[in-house]
Design a protein around this ligand. Structure first.
Ligand SMILES: [Zn+2]
Length: 234
């Protein structure tokens, strides 16, 4: 009887709140949220997660001692991923962020290299987050946390700007000035854990590297990285 009521409730919910493809807006079958088959193909999955030494990991070789790294989809100019990223960052589509996080979570769930203790989003500059109203990496983490059952520490790190004038700086100092400084705000919570640092895209990996270095200063801490997209040389 209970299952009959549950099924009836699900049908009613579907009638009023149908699952919509996050890519094209078409209605999806009940219980199959995410993307329709056409959009799934258009998304161009990397398949990196189960592959040690994948292209996302290679970006950090010699720079950051990672346990594992992955990126879910290839980012191509004019592709669906670019469109989704634009909606996520500039059109306040928060549900899309959580849904994309779930999809990344389903991918990571397949292998044990990403069984971390804590999900940590790469922080935005406070002014940027305030203006946007959210951090897109935190939305991704929310979806991933749902699927993977890993707790989320959304304020474990912070990012600060320097207000120094750039003219007296060398190239590295200028870069640090633009990308900001990362700080671990909750060292006790992160120390000794396997941290999965999450961001929307990996391009050069420089920002994730700067952030990851701060995490790895904590004793006995293991670091992995997962991004939604992979951009750059293939
Ligand atoms: Zn679709």
């Amino acid at each position: 009887m209970t299952s009959l009521i549950t099924s009836f409730t699900d049908t009613l919910l579907h009638l009023f709140f149908p699952c919509i493809c996050v890519g094209c807006g078409r209605e999806l079958p009940q219980g199959h949220p995410g993307l329709c088959s056409g959009c799934t193909i258009a998304l161009d999955e990397t398949g990196f997660s189960g592959v040690p030494g994948n292209l996302a990991e290679k970006k950090f070789w010699g720079r950051l001692a990672l346990f594992s790294a992955t990126a879910g989809y290839y980012f191509r100019s004019g592709g669906l991923v670019q469109d989704l990223m634009h909606r996520l960052k500039y059109r306040s589509d928060r549900d899309l962020g959580v849904q994309l996080g779930r999809m990344l979570g389903w991918e990571l769930e397949k292998c044990d290299r990403f069984r971390a203790d804590l999900l940590v989003p790469l922080p935005l500059f406070p002014e940027r987050e305030h203006k946007r109203g959210y951090n897109q990496a935190t939305l991704l983490c929310e979806g991933m946390a749902e699927v993977l059952g890993i707790p989320l520490a959304s304020r474990a790190l912070s990012r600060t700007t320097h207000t120094l004038t750039q003219t007296s700086m060398n190239r590295t100092e200028r870069w640090i000035n633009m990308e900001g400084h990362f700080r671990v705000e909750e060292p006790g919570r992160l120390q000794g854990k396997h941290i999965l640092l999450v961001d929307d895209v990996v391009t050069t990996g420089a920002t994730l590297e700067a952030c990851g270095q701060e995490i790895l200063r904590l004793p006995d801490t293991k670091l992995s990285i997962a991004t939604l997209c992979y951009a750059g040389r293939l």
